[in-house]
Design a protein. Structure first.
Length: 172
């Protein structure tokens, strides 16, 4: 039986709310519920150097929600962004297409994904992907799309949706 949990291994209440009740993860979550999942994730960010906690919640087309947090490192350049962690978890779980992304970061002003994350998201997400950004405090929400954040994204047209890894490909 497939799990609907993110790799955090937790079924936090915001995630449960975002998934909808009794719909086995297929209900379309509300923007606010996705933001709640990102906000909850941000409480587990590892950011001892910057103090800039980021939480991300990425919903796959099948309804599953994958969360990520920023994970900093003493060697700063090795820091991992919340958005890319969420996407990597999703891909590792077999997700290949996505409905929406929510990010919670910044004390009062919503932050948007960094340039690297925009490009990585563009590998799997269309320009139409809704992106909801909120700060830790305050009600302001920035609603945008991946295409607005990264116009004319660089993409190769690989058959990525059928890409299931070397082992499977070798059996075809
Ligand atoms: Zn980033």
């Amino acid at each position: 039986m497939k799990t609907r949990r993110s790799l955090s291994g937790r079924a936090a209440s915001p995630l449960a709310a975002a998934r909808g009740c009794g719909a086995q993860g297929t209900a379309r979550p509300t923007q606010n519920a996705l933001l709640a999942a990102a906000r909850d994730a941000a409480t587990r960010a590892y950011c001892p150097y910057s103090g800039f906690a980021v939480g991300a919640a990425l919903q796959a087309d099948d309804g599953r929600i994958f969360i990520g947090v920023n994970v900093e490192n003493a060697s700063y350049g090795l820091t991992l962004c919340a958005e890319r962690i969420a996407l990597a978890q999703a891909v590792a779980a077999g997700a290949r297409s996505f409905r929406a992304l929510a990010i919670v970061a910044g004390a009062r002003t919503p932050a948007t994904p960094c340039g690297a994350c925009r490009q990585v998201l563009a590998e799997f997400c269309s320009d139409r992907l809704p992106v909801f950004c909120a700060a830790h405090t305050g009600a302001a929400i920035r609603r945008t799309t991946l295409g607005a954040l990264l116009p004319h994204a660089f993409r190769l047209h690989a058959n990525r949706r059928n890409c299931r890894g070397v082992a499977l490909r070798s059996n075809q």
